[in-house]
Write a protein that binds this ligand. Structure first.
Ligand code: DLL
Length: 435
């Protein structure tokens, strides 16, 4: 454990610390960020009204639009002189989300990452290759400084050039790989194809930055033959390091002295109880550069406050089952891409790469899954092929309650990415996406 004192406090100690930090950060945001002052003043809320942790519910949510409207530096709570690093989300549309870090923020960030790495089983003996992009994306630099803080050896290879990645993994004796799950899978396929996999010293994959299912982790564990864990974070609250899985793999431990999580039902404007799934809100408890109160992450998860077998007492968040904005509504049925991935990964004859195409034909929603077969020879036998399509379709129907068209394609025929994968193409003109 990297930080036993912080990671094994009693729940009462955690609550006390969180309340003290919450009171401070609310006051700090009110005093130093105009947007928060305006939001509080509009409803007559004063920082001193926050007397208990539950009082956080009085504070209005912060949304992505708030961040966009204050682009680029409107939410910074310190003069620019004190900001020593900027990051930004890749953002597919419009302006990116910007984060500003003071020296203290960077140090806390590295601590959070060092903890996450240690949860995953890494030590100062490890040689860790970072295959996240280095740049405005928080993944590369975020993991980098955490690895250094842990005292492990960092290989800052960044993203891209898969052959070179594998060569370095072999030549440097890399023991841990940091990547998105989809890129870790691509690297594994290549390593297997070229036979290089047998010459590696890898002992774990540490993944994050995109959703993945238990089945995907099982497939990764199978192909690499090493232990996978995942970790979570987002640019808006600083990047990776919010939470990470330990070797028990029973949810991601939240760095609760830095982040206060809540799960809410947005439609009912209600904070949910332990174990209930809903959208996660995050409040940064210790950010100088850009404090964020009750940020709507859009990520859907649930919390578990019971102590973990690993000895940590920090709350665990369940694997993200989807985002409120990636939920597809197909003929009135709610479908998450993760449900489809779960089915695909559980059919042994299927490969690990797939895409989902949603369309509207004659006013009727259609959904097609294109998935690579594990072995190209399958495609030459019509009867086998039909059986496999049928089997997959039946499994999908039982999980998503919809007829899903299944198209099997050659291994390696679906484009692979080096960062975050985009699996869904929604061609419908009208988007019935829930806010
Ligand atoms: O992806 C930060 C990060 C980098 C996390 C490296 C972990 C490792 P953004 O680019 O702002 O930041 O994207 C944040 O990615 O709201 C989730 O929807 C998704 N995401 C991140 N980690 C996970 C995960 C980084 N472990 C958005 N499981 C978040 C599921 C994840 N989704």
């Amino acid at each position: 454990m990297y930080d036993p004192k912080a990671e094994t406090m009693s729940r009462a100690e955690i609550a006390d610390l969180q309340l003290a930090k919450l009171k401070h950060i609310v006051n700090y945001a009110y005093e130093n960020v105009k947007m928060y002052r305006d939001k509080f003043d509009a409803i007559g809320l004063k920082p001193e009204h926050i007397k208990t942790l539950k009082d956080i519910e009085k504070i209005p949510y912060t949304t992505k639009d708030d961040l966009r409207e204050n682009y680029p530096f409107g939410l910074f709570a310190v003069p620019m002189k004190k900001i020593i690093r900027l990051h930004a989300s890749s953002g597919t549309t419009g302006k990116p989300i910007v984060g500003g870090y003071t020296r203290r923020d960077l140090d806390n960030w590295a601590t959070c990452i060092a903890r996450v790495l240690s949860m995953a089983g890494a030590t100062d003996e490890d040689i860790i290759q970072v295959s996240f992009g280095y740049g405005l994306f928080t993944g590369g630099f975020g993991l980098h400084y955490g690895i250094e803080k842990l005292g492990a050896t960092v290989v800052p290879v960044s993203s891209g050039n898969t052959d070179r990645q594998l060569m370095l993994m072999k030549d440097f004796g890399v023991t841990a790989l940091v990547a998105t799950p989809s890129y870790a899978m691509y690297l594994a396929e290549k390593a297997k194809q070229t036979g290089i996999i047998d010459d590696l010293k890898l002992r774990m994959t540490i993944m994050g930055a995109e959703a993945s299912t238990k089945e995907m982790h099982d497939a990764l564990r199978n192909i690499w033959g090493v232990f996978p864990t995942e970790n979570y974070g987002l640019t808006e609250v600083g990047g990776p390091g919010v939470s990470g899985e330990c070797r028990e793999k029973c949810g991601m431990h939240i760095n609760e002295d830095f982040f206060y999580p809540e799960i809410v039902n947005i439609e009912q404007n209600k904070v949910l109880s332990e174990g209930e799934y809903g959208e996660m809100l995050l409040t940064t408890l210790d950010k100088e550069g850009m404090p964020i109160l009750r940020y709507r992450t859009k990520d859907i998860t649930a919390l578990d406050y019971s102590p973990c077998k690993c000895g940590r007492t920090t709350a665990r968040m369940a694997r993200i089952i989807g985002r409120t904005d990636d939920m597809m509504i197909i003929r009135g049925v709610n479908v998450f891409p993760s449900q489809i991935e779960g089915v695909i990964m559980s059919v042994p004859e299927l490969g690990n790469n797939y895409e989902i195409i949603v369309d509207r034909v004659n006013y009727m929603d259609t959904i097609e899954v294109r998935v690579e077969v594990g072995d190209g020879a399958l495609l030459t036998n019509y009867a086998n092929l039909e059986n496999l399509v049928e089997k997959t379709r039946a499994k999908l129907k039982s999980v998503v309650q919809l007829d899903v068209k299944v198209k099997l394609v050659e291994p390696f025929s679906i484009k692979r990415g080096e960062g975050k994968v985009k699996r869904v193409t929604d061609k419908r003109k009208i988007f019935d996406i829930k806010e």
